[in-house]
Ligand binder design. Sequence first.
Ligand code: ADP
Ligand code: MG
Length: 646
Amino acid sequence: MSTLLEIKNVSRVYQAGDETIMALAGVSLSIASGELVAIVGASGSGKTTLMNILGCLDQPSSGDYRVGGRSVAGLTANDLAALRREHFGFIFQRYHLLGTLNAADNVAMPAVYAGVGAGSRRERSTSLLRRLGLGDRLDHRPNQLSGGQQQRVSIARALMNGGRIILADEPTGALDNKSGETVLDVLKELYADGHTIIIVTHDMGVAGHADRIIEIRDGFILSDRRTRDHKTDGQAPGASHDGRVVALSAFGRRLVEAFPTAKRSRAADRARTFLTMLGILIGIAAVVGVVGIGEGTRQTILGQIGGFGASSLRISPGRGWGDERASSITTLVVSDADALAAQSYVDSVTPEVSRSAKIHLGRISVAATVIGVSQDYFRVYALKLLKGSFFSAETISKRRQEAVISDKTAATLFPQGESPLGRIFVIDQVPVVIVGVFARPSIFSNDSLQVLLPYTAVNGRLQDADSSLDALMVRVADSVDTRVAERAVVGLMTRRHGTKDFVVDNIDQMRKTMERTSQAMSLLISSVAVISLVVGGIGVMNIMLVSVTERTREIGLRMAVGARRSDIMLQFLIEAVTICIAGSILGVALALGIAGTLAGSEFPMIISVKAIVAACVVAFWIGLTFGFLPARNASRLNPVDALSRD
Ligand code: ADP
Ligand code: MG
C-alpha cells in the first residue's frame, strides 16, 4: 500500500480579530492510494480546514504535508495550482457551478487551464456527463438543473483533468436522500475504478460507506478506524488527456480561451458594460473629432494662403483690413513695382490686375478669371510650366495679346485633348493667342479657370491703360527675413505715396501664426482628451473592481480547478482591454459619422487612419493600465477565502 497523502503534526490557526482559533491542532495522518476515507465530526470541528489543506487550497500554519512524497511547503502559487490541476478534483456542498456556463462547459472548464483544445474538451465533458446520466442535459444552465443533477455535474468536473484524488466536502449536505444516494453511488463507482476518495461529512450514515472513518473533534483526531480491509492499490487514473500538450500551444489556447470567458462575463451585464464604455467612447470620439476639425480647418486655411509663394508679401490698396473704400484708392501703380524690384531684399515682383471675363473659343464660351501679370509672376508664385513658354520681358513691353492658361482651362477649352499652343480665343472681342499652359497648384483655394495675360495687355486693350493695380506681389530674397522685408516695403511705399494707403500681408507670418495657433489648440485639446480618457479609465477600473468582488467565488473556483494567477490576471486584463477597445471603436465610429455630416461644409473634419489607430492604441493602454490593479487583486486572492465568500 503506497502512501499518497501524508500529514505530520499539522496545525492551522486562524486569526479572527483579537482571537486566535486553533482549527487544527497537531494532526497527523496518511492516506494511501485508492482508499475511500470519510472524515467525520461535528460542525466546526475542523473538517473543511483539513480538507482544504489536503487539497492544497490552503497551507498549514505549522507541520509538514507531502503529496506523493513531495513537501508542499515552499511551493509557489503556480506550483500549487499545477498540483491541484493534475491530482485533485473537488466536490463542494454547494456545487459551485458557474451560472453563465452550461453543464458541458462547466465540466470542461478545468481542462482549459490544462491547455486542452476545445474539441477534446467538449468530447471528454460530454462523455463524462453521459456516464453520470446527464447526456440529455449538456446545454442546461445550472439553474435549469436539480440539486442532485448539479452535484453530478460537479463530479464530472472533478474528473475532467483525471481527478486521481477526489475531495468531497459534504457532497450530500444540500441534497435529499435519494439524490444523496445517487451521488454516493457514483463516488463508490469511482472508488472501484481506482480513484482515491476523501469524503467530509457530519453524517454517520454517509460515513458508513467508507472503508476508513477518521473522526475529529476540536481540531484533534479522535479516532481513525478501518471498517473494511482496504482493497489493493487502485489503478490511480492520471490525467486522461491524449498526450501531454506542448507548453507554447497550451498557453496560446489559454489565451484564446480567455476571450470568450471575458465576453461571456461582460455579456451577462450589458447595460453596465455599456455605461462603462461610454466614458471611453465619448473621450475618444471627442479627441478624434476635434483633432479632425483642427486638421480640416488647418488644411482649408493653408489651402487659402498656400496659393501665395512661401516667403512673399502681398501689397494691396486700402488703409487697413477690410477698407470698404479700397477700390477707390488708385495710387498703387506699375512704377511702385519697378521701385520695389530695384531693392536688394526683393527677389522678384509682379503687378496684378484681375477681372472676370467670358472667353470664347469656337462654340465654347466660359467664365474665367483673367489676371494681368508681368514676366516675374511665374517666379514669384513658383509655377510649373506644362507646355509652351511663360512671358518674356518683350511680351510685356510690346503688350502682346498672348496668354498662359491653367491646365484646367486647357482641359475645358480643348475637351478632345488637342494642343492649345498657337490657338486663338477671344476675350471681350480681343483675340488672344495661347503660348503656354501651367499647372495650377492643387492648394489654390479658388478653382475658377485662370488665364494669365501681360498686365500691359489687360491695361490698354481690355481696360484703361492707366488703371491702377489690384495688387503687387513681392517675393522676398531668400536670405532676408520676411519681417525685415515687410518693414522696408512699408517704409518705401509710404515715402512714395506720402501716406499709408496700402496693406501688406506677410504670407509667411500668417502661416506661422496659424501654425502656432493650431499647435496651441492641439495642446489644449490633448489635455482635455487626456483628462476625459483618464476619467473613462477610472470608470473601467471601478467596474472591474466591482466585478472582481462580485465574482470572488468564481475566481476561487477557477483557482481550485487549477487556474494559475496569470490565467486569472489575463482574464480580467482582457476584459478591461476589450471594454476600452470596444468603446474606442464606437467612439471612432461616432466621430466618423459626425465627419460624414460635416463633409463639404465650411469646417470639414479630416479623420486620418493614423488618428484611428492611435485611438485604438490609446484605448489598449488605458485598458491595460486601469485594468491592472483589479486584475492583480483578482489574481492575488487566496482560493480558500475566495471560495468561502458568499
Ligand atoms: P467544519 O468544516 O468541521 O464545520 P471548519 O474547518 O470550517 O469546520 O472550521 C473549524 C474552525 O475554524 C471553526 O471554529 C471555524 O469557526 C474556524 N474557522 C474556519 N475558517 C475560518 C476563517 N477563515 N477565519 C476564522 N476562523 C475560521
Ligand atoms: Mg465544513
